[in-house]
Design a protein around this ligand. Structure first.
Ligand SMILES: [Zn+2]
Ligand SMILES: [Zn+2]
Ligand SMILES: [Zn+2]
Length: 170
């Protein structure tokens, strides 16, 4: 099968992670897709038998992204660096509407606790950022630190890096 080719912005091979296309059919590599100020459609790394792009459910709009894996919808801010909590009702919305919610948070400079969904309206309300794109309100950050302390006590420690399992990415 034929790979999708090179990015229309930077010229690099776009067949890495999830490439994107815009309405005009321009191709974007994963990195460049996170810098465009328009809605982009995620595509497969390979074209179909007729040489056409194969779309996947993922949508990207600048630093906002939403994707579906085994029917579970995940949303991110910061180009994938900050997981965005979706309520069960929001999980069922069309992905384009979810992108709209994400963009409204970026416009206002707000965030959501990735554990409980609490709105974080100022940077000082962000108490911590646990591994794997987490962002925590004060209460959830405390719980996270308690969990790490408990793991240390119980010896749930990674033998590679010496950290508690919940703070290890080995
Ligand atoms: Zn590029
Ligand atoms: Zn929270
Ligand atoms: Zn580790």
């Amino acid at each position: 099968m034929e790979r999708v080719g090179s990015c229309s912005v930077c010229g690099k091979n776009a067949a890495v992670n999830t490439p994107c296309v815009d309405k005009e059919g321009n191709l974007y590599c994963y990195e460049c897709s996170r810098k465009q100020n328009k809605l982009l459609q995620g595509i497969d790394q390979y074209k179909d038998d007729n040489g056409r792009y194969i779309t996947v459910p993922d949508l990207v709009y600048g630093e906002c992204s939403v994707f579906v894996c085994e029917n579970e919808v995940s949303a991110y801010l910061g180009g994938g660096t900050e997981s965005f909590y979706l309520t069960p009702a929001e999980q069922k919305l069309p992905l384009e509407e979810i992108i709209g919610i994400l963009r409204s948070y970026v416009d206002k400079g707000w965030h959501r606790c990735s554990s409980c969904g609490k709105e974080l309206r100022t940077e000082t309300e962000i108490a911590g950022r646990p591994l794997f794109a987490g962002i925590c309100c004060e209460e959830c950050w405390k719980k996270h630190l308690e969990l790490l302390a408990e793991e240390r006590r119980k010896g749930y420690i990674c033998s590679m890096c010496g950290r508690p399992y919940s703070n290890c990415c080995c």
